[in-house]
Design a protein around this ligand. Structure first.
Ligand code: NAD
Length: 347
């Protein structure tokens, strides 16, 4: 399928390819929607197998950003950039080349951090374009998104517990957290502070050790998803919910930060069939986007507004869980429908 056919299928108005002769930087920027505002999305730096894999990734990720922003009620569209690794060895020159590419889109795309990017990279992008957010707090930016993402996961978990008729409090509940990185550890700390019992796992011993130190009981990563618990909170990698793992789950709620938790759309139906309440990942993990996109406000970053918007994730999820039941649909499909209707209403 040609690039334009794929754009037509997924609804992208613009996909731009960039090559910088001086540094060798190769990048693709995909804009999925500007109906609600500038497309805010991370730059992902990755050693892709080939260009086709990079294109597939950027098309999928930019579409997901549109839905995430729309469900979070933000005045942002959806876009994303991928850089085909390895990144140029002169990092600053590479970031300047990338910044010029971002700038050429005139604000339709606003770059932020994703895999392989740091706050200092954003500062370098800002040397050549205003269309990059995610600077450090010291630089007047919004700082680390992870604690905000974790806050969203906690309020979203509360909504999911209510939908599962398990009250609205994690106190006394057993929660299994997979992945103890930036977000996972912050989720674990919040759960423990709220009186939950926490099991945790990670493929990295140092990350698991930090979870243990925080007060979680560490279990082998191969068995975390099959623990008899109230809630599974995936905070590591995506595509962990598939036919095999869903059949083996022993929980009533899945609510975590990892992106793309469902291996396929069909897996949302499988969770439904098992009576497990699933908080759609792109709704419950929007705290980081809510935080970083606040830098775009003409009056500057406002921590109180960010906190209010993150708290609203609970209301949005409650509404989505009700809509999924009413429409006999999955929570994931209900979330996509909600996003599309918000985007469509603004076209
Ligand atoms: P991170 O890299 O800091 O932590 C991820 C952790 O997961 C690492 O400790 C890693 O060892 C572990 N991990 C990787 N593969 C694993 C596996 N197969 N099983 C168990 N553990 C595994 O990343 P993060 O910023 O904490 O993000 C975690 C997830 O949340 C990612 O999927 C990310 O895309 C998503 N997310 C993060 C944010 C944010 O604000 N950082 C926002 C939205 C979504």
């Amino acid at each position: 399928m040609t690039v334009i056919s794929r754009m037509a299928e997924q609804g992208h108005p613009q996909v731009s390819h960039f090559y910088d002769r001086a540094t060798g930087l190769r990048a693709i920027i995909a804009v999925h929607s500007n109906a609600l505002g500038p497309g805010v999305g991370g730059v992902r730096i990755r050693d892709y197998d080939d260009e086709a894999a990079a294109l597939t990734d950027v098309l999928r990720l930019s579409e997901a950003m549109s839905y995430k922003a729309a469900c979070a009620g933000l005045n942002c569209g959806g876009a994303k950039a991928v850089v085909l690794g390895p990144f140029p060895s002169d990092r600053r020159a590479g970031m300047h080349a990338l910044g010029r590419a971002v700038d050429s889109l005139g604000g339709r795309y606003v770059a932020t951090e994703d895999m392989g990017m740091t706050e200092s990279d954003i500062a370098w992008l800002n040397e050549v374009t205003p269309h990059a957010v995610g600077r450090s707090l010291a630089d007047g930016g919004s700082g680390d998104p992870s604690p905000h993402t974790a806050d969203g996961v906690i309020v979203g978990m509360r909504a999911a517990l209510q939908a599962a008729r398990m009250g609205d409090d994690v106190r006394g509940l057993k929660v299994a957290v997979q992945g103890c990185g930036h977000v996972g550890l912050a989720v674990i700390e919040r759960l423990l502070a709220g009186g939950a019992e926490v099991l945790a796992s990670d493929i990295r011993a140092d990350a698991a050790a930090r979870a243990e130190q925080a007060g979680a009981r560490v279990v082998d990563n191969d068995v975390i998803l099959t623990q008899a618990v109230d809630v599974i909170s995936p905070c590591g990698i995506g595509a962990i919910l598939d036919q095999r793992t869903i059949a083996a789950l022993r929980c009533r709620v899945v609510a975590g930060a990892a992106n793309n938790q469902l291996a396929t759309e069909r897996d949302g139906i499988r969770l439904n069939e098992r009576g497990i309440v699933y908080a759609p990942d792109f709704v419950i993990n929007a705290g980081g986007l809510i935080n970083v996109s606040d830098e775009l406000d003409p009056n500057g970053y406002d921590a109180a507004r960010v906190a209010r918007r993150i708290a609203a994730i609970e209301t949005t999820l409650t509404q989505l869980f009700a809509e999924a039941v009413a429409q006999n649909s999955t929570t994931d499909m209900a979330a996509v429908a909600m996003a599309r209707s918000r985007i469509g209403a603004n076209h």
